[in-house]
Design a binder for this molecule. Structure first.
Ligand code: HEC
Length: 148
């Protein structure tokens, strides 16, 4: 190999590097596209879950909370609130959720406050169904901390 860095060498690095990373990019794209269907939430998307999502949007819960990391950082992540508060028991979670929503705002000194939304029993039930459904999306164990 000559001591000088020639134009030819620079060109080879340019084309070789370009080809290498293009192949890497294609490989990772194929990997993602084949992995995603295996991680879909296979739970039935019921009318209740859809209505819960509509209520979630209408009341702008995301203005304070994150859902799977997306949203505002004022209040706790809710993508895993079912795991955190229900621990796998739908009825226990619904009881917690119903009581929580009715008890807001807590008025507790030094704690961030959540408004009272005055939702009906049915609306609360749909919102809980939506949060349970969301918690079952395979997020590759994200967030790593159940409190997150
Ligand atoms: C104005 C901001 C705000 C909005 C809007 C808001 N929240 Fe909250 N939420 C909070 C705060 C702050 C807390 C934490 C309060 C605390 O820990 O004392 C909280 C906590 C919660 C919790 C308990 C979380 C846990 O880990 O125990 C649930 C469930 C919840 N919110 C649901 C909702 C739903 C559903 C909506 C939409 C209908 C909503 N929130 C809209 C501010 C908000």
């Amino acid at each position: 190999m000559s001591e000088r860095f020639t134009k030819g060498m620079a060109r080879n690095i340019y084309y070789g590097g370009g080809a290498f990373f293009m192949l890497l990019f294609i490989g990772l794209t194929v990997d993602t596209v084949t992995a995603l269907p295996k991680r879909e939430n296979r739970d039935k998307l019921t009318a209740e879950v859809a209505q819960g999502k509509a209520l979630w949007e209408k009341n702008n819960c995301i203005g304070c909370h994150t859902l799977l990391g997306e949203g505002a950082y004022f209040a706790p992540e809710l993508g895993n609130v079912y795991t955190r508060r229900g621990m796998g028991d739908e009825q226990a979670f619904k009881a917690f959720f119903n009581a929580w929503m009715k008890a807001m705002p807590s008025g507790a000194e030094g704690r961030r406050q959540m408004p009272q939304f005055n939702l009906s029993e049915q609306e609360l039930d749909h919102l809980a169904d939506f949060l349970i459904w969301t918690s079952r999306i395979n997020t590759n164990n994200w967030p790593p901390n159940v409190e997150g």
